[in-house]
Design a protein around this ligand. Structure first.
Ligand SMILES: [Zn+2]
Length: 287
């Protein structure tokens, strides 16, 4: 074991420190993981040569603007809010990484106040086309030091794992949180049964998921920032056949071929209700 770790440390000397914040050396696992020995979170080394491409093609290849996809995302979010007993009518909400903006539009209708943060300019334009005002929308790389209002609920729907520098982002988030702020986070779980069983075939092993968080790593990272777990939940999703095809085809074909497959899948209005290896956590700020 010790020899393996020493050998792996030599191999991994150019890998950055894990985002979970642990200082221990990383261990190579299954050929593609640079794993934190303290919490089990890991870098996917395969993504270091084929990283994410957050441009206009990103939402198109994932059908983020498709109304059926948006309808499923809203229905899914509604089911989680109901399960968690969260009433947004008087709360100020901020969705981090709102993608196509369908959920942001829904949140605007049911919340006291709403803001959204995005990396992709075309996603901001799409949210505007859905009726969101520009003063509610912010570019991730040009955030103001203070939002117009303190946030009561931060929503991360499959976006937390995309944060390149979560420590810096949470410094900013903490300054913009209300006294009773909560975090609602859904993301793939390193160390889940499906992740361990499926390995390279895990559906969440994608080029835009460079760092995979374990439950222990995520809780530790957030507790240092004074957010403690309120509830764990199983984040079951409503997912269309087209979304499933898009996930599978991202691993198998070129973007051009991918677009053709997704278009074919959208002709079938099938909807599934499941979860593969994702965790849902609601956290509350310490007072
Ligand atoms: Zn760790």
């Amino acid at each position: 074991m010790v020899n393996n770790i020493l050998f792996d440390c030599q191999l991994l000397q150019n890998v950055p420190s894990p985002l979970c914040g642990h200082e221990l050396p990383l261990s190579r696992s299954r050929g593609y993981k640079a794993k934190c020995l303290s919490c089990g979170s890991f870098w996917d080394l395969d993504t270091f040569t084929a990283g994410p491409n957050y441009d206009a093609s990103y939402p198109i290849l994932r059908s983020h603007y498709n109304p059926k996809v948006g309808e499923n995302k809203v229905k899914t979010l509604q089911s989680w809010l109901k399960k968690l007993g969260i009433n947004l009518s008087t709360l100020t909400v901020c969705e981090v990484g709102f993608g196509g903006g369908h959920c942001l539009k829904f949140l605007m209708e049911i919340s006291g106040n709403v803001f959204g943060i995005e990396t992709i300019a075309e996603n901001i334009e799409h949210a505007r086309s859905l009726g969101l005002e520009m003063d509610r929308l912010f570019f991730a790389h040009a955030l103001p030091s203070e939002l117009p209002s303190r946030i009561d609920l931060w929503l991360f729907q499959d976006s937390f794992e995309h944060l390149a520098d979560p420590a810096a982002f949470f410094d900013w988030l903490s300054k913009n949180s209300s006294e009773q702020a909560q975090l609602l986070i859904v993301l793939p779980e390193a160390g889940s049964i499906s992740e361990r069983l499926l390995g390279r075939f895990w559906p969440h092993k994608l080029n835009d998921h460079r760092f995979h968080w374990s439950r222990k790593g995520l809780i530790g990272f957030l507790s240092v920032r004074k957010f403690n777990v309120s509830t764990f939940f199983r984040p079951v999703k409503y997912i269309s056949l087209a979304t499933i095809v898009a996930h599978i085809m991202q691993k198998m074909v070129t973007p051009k071929g991918l677009s053709e497959w997704i278009e074919r899948a959208h002709s079938f209005d099938l909807r599934f209700h499941f979860n593969i290896g994702e965790m849902g956590i609601l956290l509350r700020k310490n007072r």
